[in-house]
Each structure stands twice: as structure tokens, then as C-alpha cells.
Write a protein of this length. Structure first.
Length: 113
């Protein structure tokens, strides 16, 4: 079983930055792709960014050039650096592991003046 613990959410003004972290513990030996999803009120959960065990990344178009996902493989930890934040980035952000499929508890990101 895998446990995911997220941190780093909060309230930020438009144009500001936040950094999310997600640390995995437990059955970590088979972890492959990890990433971040988000869900805004009244909307479906969407993929934000993914990173494979080899370091390949994939982003939703709306965050390309503003968000960067990275990974510390030794610590089974991923990060999401979010710059130039916009009000439409407001959502609960969830850490995700593809296999064994696992979700974090979510961390709120609010972008507002």
C-alpha cells in the first residue's frame, strides 16, 4: 500500500508562485509515473502534469510554460513549481501515482487578489 502526503498549497495573488510537494511512503519499490491532477468546483478532475521514472514530462496545455514538475527519485517525492498563477488555476490539487494507483488527500490552491 502507498501513502501520499502533499504540502504547499495556499492563497496567492495572480502572477504569484507556489510550490507543491508530494512524498510517497510505503510500498514504493514499484512506483513509476507520478503526477498532479486538479479539480475546480463544478468541474471534472484534470491532469496537470506527469513525470515518468525516467524523467519524461507531460503537461496540460493551459499550464505549459508556467508549471514545472520535477522528481527526487531517491526520496520518492515530486514537486510542482507553479509560476504566473492565474485565477483559473484555483482548484484542489491531488498527487497521483500510476502504479500502484494511488491518490493524495488533496491540497487547496487559491489564486485571488
Amino acid at each position: 500500500q502507498l501513502q501520499l502526503v502533499e504540502s504547499g498549497g495556499g492563497l496567492v495573488q495572480p502572477g504569484g508562485s507556489l510550490r507543491l510537494s508530494c512524498a510517497a511512503s510505503g510500498s514504493t519499490s514499484r512506483i513509476g509515473t507520478m503526477g498532479w491532477y486538479r479539480q475546480a468546483p463544478g468541474k471534472q478532475r484534470e491532469m496537470v502534469a506527469l513525470i515518468t521514472s525516467g524523467g519524461s514530462t507531460n503537461y496540460v496545455d493551459s499550464v505549459k510554460g508556467r508549471f514545472t514538475i520535477s522528481r527526487d527519485a531517491a526520496k520518492y517525492t515530486i514537486y510542482l513549481q507553479m509560476n504566473s498563477l492565474k485565477p483559473e488555476d484555483t482548484a484542489v490539487y491531488y498527487c497521483y501515482v500510476q502504479f500502484p494507483i494511488s491518490w493524495g488527500q488533496g491540497t487547496q490552491v487559491t489564486v485571488s487578489s
